[in-house]
Write a protein that binds this ligand. Structure first.
Ligand code: MN
Length: 198
């Protein structure tokens, strides 16, 4: 089998399209430098190993150490960057199956957002807060440290906020809570619903 070459995802929007929530400068560093570095590192680390022809989710489930850290961060950032649309888009409120599940499992969209922000704000150090679905379609919010992803718990990841400082320090400095609160303005709920129902 030929080795897989991991590549940087293409963003479905221009680098300035998420302003003022996420600046072009943050995209240039976070996507253009941090994510590119994880991709370059993983390609170097997997060469000649059993992981070089595995999809990312499988690497994350089976690896440890540097390979796990870089594969996990690529999987996390791919899901993160592909879940956004510009502020002016009309898909920033959940609809359909995902809205029904949010109302069922959290009581309301506002109650869900409050719990999600609280779990993102209180995660100590670097990591990610996730909305995922279990095998029965029930929604759960989890905190994952460093490069971890809910796939390692058997969950299907749907939506995430990156609470590593590199995600918000250029635009928000130390104000993590303000950054998380602003991200709702650019979440593409059509994409989250697609992930939930696929
Ligand atoms: Mn990041």
């Amino acid at each position: 089998m030929l080795p897989l070459i991991f590549t940087l995802i293409t963003l479905p929007y221009a680098p300035n399209a998420l302003e003022p929530v996420i600046s072009q400068e943050t995209i240039e560093y976070h996507y253009g430098k941090h994510l590119q570095t994880y991709v370059d590192n993983l390609n170097k680390l997997v060469a000649g190993t059993e992981f070089e022809s595995m999809p990312l989710e499988q690497i994350v489930a089976k690896s440890q150490g540097g390979i796990f850290n870089n594969a996990g961060q690529i999987l996390n950032h791919n899901l993160y960057f592909l879940q956004f649309s510009p502020v002016a888009a009309d898909n920033h409120k959940p609809q359909g199956a995902i809205l029904e599940a949010i109302n069922r499992d959290f009581g309301s969209f506002d109650a869900f957002k409050a719990e999600f922000e609280q779990k993102g704000t209180t995660l100590f150090g670097s990591g990610w807060v996730w909305l995922s679905a279990d095998k029965d379609g029930k929604l759960v919010i989890t905190q994952e440290t460093n490069a971890n992803n809910p796939v390692t718990k058997g969950l299907k990841p749907l939506l995430t906020m990156d609470v590593w400082e590199h995600a918000y320090y250029i635009d928000y400095r130390n104000r993590r809570a303000a950054h998380l609160q602003s991200l709702w303005q650019i979440i593409n709920w059509d994409e989250i619903n697609r992930r939930y129902t696929e």
